[in-house]
Design a protein around this ligand. Structure first.
Ligand code: NDP
Length: 324
């Protein structure tokens, strides 16, 4: 069958994203053919496109989608035609109307979860899950700092951290995003205007926070270290402003015997059980109302370049969807 996909033939700015028609065969052993109903756009897709995270060429793009199973290959027992499924992570190629995916990468989508929420927030929701529960577990009574609190991961992580009993300090750029973030943060700092580490010190009475979740990267790195209490942990999980430059580990000693980790979702969902448990925990948090995930903007598949431009120019809030 023929289907439309977005592909790139070289790394570069959003103009390298091309809508093409490709022919899909039947799913092979252990594979599933999906008719995709909604596709998520994540910041990592811009790293794959630009070459910050290089890909072999030509390449598909996109990490997550939701859809309906149309056919299964030999040996697939867990899914059958008609099932609603979603995936997040793995080989880029989600920007497509139809796709063949290994069954081992799919998770079932519960009835309470819409296609848009599954496609637009599963990757970010699973990221919030492992960051808050497994990288540095948030406990009731803690105060935590989460950057880009109006963004996709930020919005979910702030709400979930609060549901876990933490006091949440969030940063966001500009008055509008700060107003949005104040819906799920106890304190919001406009880090384009204020020195956020100084504000964190004020808010915590000079103590600092035990953990900073930082997906912004280069521009927040120093301030994040300065926001920590002694023996605190910087969880550096992204590079929205660019990659963190090299530094000496002695810096961690000087600033208070700090810990630094640079985790990625793939290592926290490496086994089938971890993947299913992480997705289920996120979907349950949404179904219970602990996390209200917001689709901030939607684009047609053919307008994916515009979606990337908006994301990179910091003009998005919440999660971003493509309609196949
Ligand atoms: P967001 O929706 O959070 O978008 C990124 C946000 O970062 C922007 O909206 C902006 O918010 C902020 N930002 C600060 N400086 C810049 C800059 N110079 N350029 C662009 N944005 C900037 O994206 P996602 O939710 O998709 O991802 C958030 C982060 O999490 C990304 O770094 C992503 O790579 C990372 N990530 C990591 C994973 C992992 O396992 N390690 C998994 C999933 C995501 P503001 O305007 O408020 O500053």
């Amino acid at each position: 069958m023929d289907t439309q996909v977005i592909r790139i033939h070289r790394h570069g700015d959003p103009d390298v994203l091309q809508l093409e028609t490709v022919t899909l065969g039947s799913p092979g052993a252990g594979e599933v053919l999906i008719r995709q109903t909604a596709i998520g756009v994540n910041f990592i897709d811009t790293y794959h496109r630009s070459g910050l995270y290089p890909l072999p060429m030509p390449s598909g793009l996109g990490q997550e989608a939701c859809g309906v199973v149309e056919a299964v290959g030999d040996g697939v027992k867990e899914f059958r035609p008609g099932d609603r499924v979603a995936y997040a992570g793995g080989t880029p190629g989600a920007y497509a109307q139809h796709r063949i995916v290994p069954a081992a990468k799919l998770v079932p989508v519960p009835e309470a979860i819409s296609d848009d929420i599954a496609a637009g927030t599963l990757l970010r929701g699973m990221t919030a899950q492992y960051l808050l529960k497994r990288t540095f577990p948030v406990k009731a009574g803690m105060t935590v700092l989460i950057h880009a609190a109006a963004g996709g991961v930020g919005q979910i992580a702030c709400q979930w951290a609060r549901a876990l009993g933490a006091t949440v300090i969030g940063t966001a750029g500009g008055a509008e995003k700060c107003a949005l973030a104040s819906r799920w943060c106890d304190h919001v700092i406009d880090y384009r205007v204020d020195d956020f580490a100084a504000r964190v010190s004020e808010i915590t009475g000079g103590a600092g926070v035990p953990v900073v979740y930082d997906g912004v990267g280069a521009v927040t790195f120093d301030g994040s270290l300065d926001s920590l209490s002694p023996r605190g942990m910087l969880v550096s999980f992204g590079n929205a402003s660019g990659a963190v430059p090299p530094f000496s580990p002695n810096l961690l000693a000087q600033k208070g015997s700090l810990f630094l980790t640079r985790p990625t979702l793939g290592h926290y969902t490496a086994t089938r059980d971890e993947l299913l448990d992480t997705a289920e925990d996120y979907f349950t948090a949404v179904a219970r109302g602990h996390v209200v995930a917001d689709i901030g903007q939607r684009f047609a598949l053919a307008d994916v370049a515009l979606a990337h431009r908006e994301l990179e120019a910091r003009r998005t809030t919440g999660s971003t969807l493509l309609a196949p």
